[in-house]
Design a protein around this ligand. Structure first.
Ligand code: AMP
Length: 289
């Protein structure tokens, strides 16, 4: 396998496609984006991208057609009950949603037991029946491939187990989230056994990780009087100690550091108060620690 081209299965359409391709590009892979081609060669690495349906990714990795894939954790868990030959190599932080049991607003269901004997429509039948069985509750799972949320209105089911991100689709259909089954996000998946680990595979994982690490952080630059350094250092621990460079202006220094993106909001006014000026906050493309 060492000299073989690595095959990475990615969604060919749907909500996962664009964020996946953006991630691969930011990780440094150069490739053409076509609507039709099933397989696209990466120009600057020994990698083929296989464009497939999001729900087929796990099976293609399990069958060895692809070495790695990007799909939703919900689809991995739905497909892998049992046997779990494919597992999560890296959570990717986008495509977040929750597989949720939801019921018509007017029904007062609250606990798993309240659904006993009811028909629950879902495109995740394994996860749904596993959830209710785990709670010792027998329900009738009605498998639907899409538009799960309209099932109660159509009289096809009494409740649903559906993917929810904002909750607006449920609301529009008169449904209310009742019980969480699974928190999902996009994941990089691969063979659990890991026997196929190659340099190229490690490179892909490192490159994707570096983009995610970069997205969580910002590069911070500021100028400050040298005597403000101890206070500013305490505010911005950074990855390691910040870089401090003397400026031509006497007694002034430039401070460079990497900070958590979510801390920037609180940090800026405190840096100003501490004597910081000319503060720049820059995005980080990739960060390899
Ligand atoms: P697709 O059907 O190709 O658009 O992709 C469906 C996948 O997108 C699901 O299996 C989830 O992993 C993910 N996803 C993220 N948010 C949502 C949502 N609100 N509804 C449905 N799928 C979502």
């Amino acid at each position: 396998m060492a000299s073989e081209t690595l095959r990475l299965a990615v969604p060919n359409k749907g909500r996962m496609r664009e964020p996946t391709l953006r991630l691969l590009r930011e990780a440094g892979l150069a490739f053409e984006q076509t609507e039709r081609a099933l397989s696209v060669k990466v120009r600057n690495a020994d990698i083929d991208l296989l464009f497939v349906r999001t729900e087929d990714v796990v099976e293609l990795v399990a069958d060895g057609v692809a070495d790695l894939g990007i799909t939703g954790l919900d689809l991995l868990e739905e497909a892998c009950r049992p046997p779990a030959s494919v597992g999560v190599v890296l959570p990717l932080g986008f495509g977040r949603c929750e597989l949720t049991v939801a019921a018509p607003r007017e029904a007062g269901y609250r606990r798993p037991a309240d659904f006993a004997g009811l028909r629950v429509a879902t495109s995740h039948p394994n996860l749904t029946s596993g959830y209710f069985t785990g709670h010792g509750v027998a329900v009738e799972v009605v498998r639907l491939r899409g538009s799960v949320e309209v099932a109660p209105k159509l009289g096809v089911a009494d409740a649903v187990a559906d993917l929810v991100s904002t909750g607006s689709t449920l609301m529009i259909n008169g449904l209310r989230p009742v019980l969480p089954i699974l928190s999902s996000q996009a994941v990089l998946v691969g063979e659990c056994a890991g026997a196929g680990t190659t340099t190229e595979l490690d490179t892909v994982v490192t490159a994707l990780e570096s983009v995610l690490a970069g997205r969580r952080r910002r590069y911070l630059l500021l100028n400050a009087p040298r005597e403000a350094l101890p206070v500013i250092n305490a505010l911005i621990p950074g990855l390691e100690a910040p870089t401090v460079i003397p400026l031509a202006e006497d007694g002034m220094v430039a401070i460079h550091s990497v900070v958590e993106r979510d801390e920037v909001w609180n940090l800026l006014p405190r840096l100003k108060e501490s004597g910081g000026r000319d503060i720049l906050v820059l995005p980080i493309g990739q960060l390899v620690p």
